[in-house]
Design a protein around this ligand. Sequence first.
Ligand SMILES: *Cc1c(COP(=O)(O)O)cnc(C)c1O
Length: 235
Amino acid sequence: MVEPVPSHEGSDAGSTPSRLAVVRARMARSARDAGRTPESVHLVCVSKGQEPEAIRPALLAGERIFGENRVQEAQRKWPLLREAFSDVELHLIGPLQTNKVREAVALFDAIETLDRPRLAEALAKEFQTSSRRPQLFIEVNTGREPQKAGVLPEAADDFIAFCRGPCGLEIEGLMCIPPAGDQASPHFALLSTIAARNGIRSLSMGMSADYELGIQLGATHVRVGSAIFGERPGH
Ligand SMILES: *Cc1c(COP(=O)(O)O)cnc(C)c1O
């Protein structure tokens, strides 16, 4: 039997629940095509730039993992939403300044943007006094873009060892954001290689335009914003 291929065509005209259904169906199909179970891939709904009333339909549709790129914006939006949906898992997917580490550890369940020794040290220090232990993903600048965050690919092994050794941090996964306009597959493959040789199990890779490719290449987390919520306000 041939499954109909769900389409994103005209998806901006749809509602968040209908767009979500498309994303979920396409994720499941990609997982099965890759010989994986749909449960092996987590959908991080990227709600940055979206107000709580735009986020609520995704929560009501059953989504529980959300991604935000700014600590302050997340602090403003999520406490109230969490009163109604206490099992929400929040991921920080934007850069983290060391002076915001305390707030980030208090708020987020995963920090996907660990990318420098100072930040690793600050997290380790915060863990001495906080009972919270967000999952940590190291961001790798697979495209070697000077303006972009992330550890360079050739420095990744040493940085992972530094996080695990002197800092005593548990590393859950790796994350990358391929350069705009590049073929994403070499970046995803590189991330997967670095993870495998370091015994790291989770891979956060793939966004609205390429989450299916991410899943084909082993993503355990895809970060999808506009394909779920439509264009972000102010874009
Ligand atoms: C905005 C953002 C996303 C989601 O992008 P979409 O193209 O809207 O899916 C994913 N990851 C990161 C790090 C982002 O900043």
